[in-house]
Write a protein that binds this ligand. Structure first.
Ligand code: GTP
Ligand code: MG
Length: 157
């Protein structure tokens, strides 16, 4: 199924929005197949945003994204790439509709809380950049009993 790369940026993590954001993707019906918290290296940040390397805001963007913990995730489900972008909202939070993550929680284009892949090619590239394949759930794990909540309750039969 379609997978997208989502990262909660240092401002989103510091402001305690991790649970809220994860909850939104879960309630939409997407499956979390990868999750980790990392302070990205400069190399990782520069590779991630390499399409912007000639832009005036590039060095500020890289120092911001490496300034603290980022919660990196891979979400899977039908239409997840475009739908995650819709749920995130416009790049500038002031232009993002209320109801979107940036529209609900931000006001500054340089502190816009969250990243989402913008295309199938970007998703593939970013997932490979941030995660090893052994860090992502496989179909085998998700279809096994270990992933079915009702089988974990009650504890005693
Ligand atoms: P990402 O999901 O982070 O990639 O954002 P995006 O896809 O909505 O926007 P884009 O890829 O064009 O820009 C990447 C990031 O650079 C944005 O999230 C902003 O934080 C920052 N950025 C983009 N445009 C500007 C700008 O005009 N000024 C400043 N200061 N930052 C910008
Ligand atoms: Mg982008």
């Amino acid at each position: 199924d379609e997978r997208t790369f989502i990262a909660i940026k240092p401002d989103g993590v510091a402001r305690g929005l991790v649970g809220e954001i994860i909850s939104r993707f879960q309630r939409k019906g997407y499956t979390l197949v990868g999750l980790k918290q990392v302070v990205p290296s400069k190399d990782l940040a520069e590779s991630h945003y390499e399409e912007h390397k000639e832009r005036p805001f590039f060095s500020g963007l890289v120092s911001f994204i490496t300034s603290g913990p980022v919660v990196a995730m891979v979400w899977e489900g039908k239409g997840s790439i475009a739908m995650a972008r819709a749920m995130i909202g416009a790049t500038n939070p002031l232009a993002s509709a209320p109801g979107t993550i940036r529209g609900d929680f931000g006001v500054d284009v340089g502190r816009n809380i969250i990243h989402g892949s913008d295309s199938a090619d970007s998703a593939k590239r970013e997932i490979a950049l941030w995660f090893k394949s052994c860090e992502l759930l496989t179909e085998v794990v998700r279809s096994s009993n270990l992933y079915v909540p009702s089988l974990w309750w009650p504890i005693e039969k």
